[in-house]
Design a protein around this ligand. Sequence first.
Ligand code: FA5
Ligand code: MG
Length: 388
Amino acid sequence: MLLRLGLRPRSFAASTPLAASLAWSRPIQHLCDAQSNVTPNISDKIGVNHHLNDRHPLGIIKGLVEASFPGFDCVDDLHPVVTTKQCFDSLMIPEGHVSRAESDTYYVTRDTVLRTHTSAHQTELLRSGRTQFLVTGDVYRRDEVDASHYPAFHQMEGVCLFGADDLPAGAAPASAEATAWVEDHLKASLEGMVDGVFGPVEKRWVDAHFPFTDPSLELEIYFNGEWLEVLGCGVVQRQILDDNGAGASAGWAFGLGLERLAMVLFDIPDIRLFWSTDPRFTEQFAAGKVVQFQPFSKYPPCFKDITFWLPDTFHENDFAALVRSVAGDLVEQVETIDDFVHPKTDRASKCFRITYRSMERSLTNDEVDALQVEIRDAVAGELGAELR
Ligand code: FA5
Ligand code: MG
């Protein structure tokens, strides 16, 4: 574990501007308490707001999806530091759920986190009386490292409520009939959005589970030879509607990954590119235009393996976050290539392969070696693991 959450009280939490407007949006290192696991490479991303840049692929795709939902209120300026109540409790995510773990979530203090999804704003917007809305923002997760996962990414949440008048005649909002009708409406709306934005693409629905929807589904699109999960969605739990002033309605919600959609739409092969400031990337895009990304070159990769005895509490995301904090976007992938348990002592070790590759230039052996040494030191120091 990089940094553990302690139990001492946090004095500033009460005065932290939550869900304040982006006027507050700048690095948040000063908000973090001593136990925070927010690393500088993450806090530096706060306030960049690619989704507000209409010449960035994320801003362009946001505009296209918003245009597919005419009449919806579009909210895109809520601050990414939220309370655990907003992010988890309000969505019926139980204590002890994996999404709350320090291995998966960036804690600012014990009671505040970098939002892990835009669903964190669902209930406050329901309470504001809105019945159709989209919320876009940057979200943060300690997650695996590969071409489609990044610790900072962007989501768009959509919510649509239906009153008794919208539902089939005689179907009470809380009835099974209304739920089935809302689910059909949800699928048709999202398929319509995807067909409108992408034209013909291969897609499929997969059963899913979210504590805040029932039933729950995910949509996948076939891209670069694989099924890519682009969104999660479902019928909003009755209790959430009842608790937030929408008890007379039924409704659906979705949360889509803007990077994933933009990868498909612009043919962008690696999620790190969204953070590139290389003009060879940024100058390919213009407001309102969909173009095929022209890769500027593929520089050679460099592979380095590291093997260590696992400390008592260890999660693979701890290692991924550590690698990202040392080597940033020079890391393309982190894979586990070997698991070993000592037959006599029962001690477990893992071997990870790190793929280093810059999207902008060739890396030198010396610089990769230096990064690897820094990672080895941090594994021994911060993770408290014994290198092999
Ligand atoms: C959620 O975040 C739910 N809040 C979605 C939802 C909203 C369900 C409303 C029901 C109702 P999930 O963890 O599956 O679900 O993430 C949603 C999408 O975010 C994924 O489908 C994917 O497109 C994107 N995503 C998730 N993790 C990453 C990551 N590390 N990097 C890039 N995109 C990601
Ligand atoms: Mg998912």
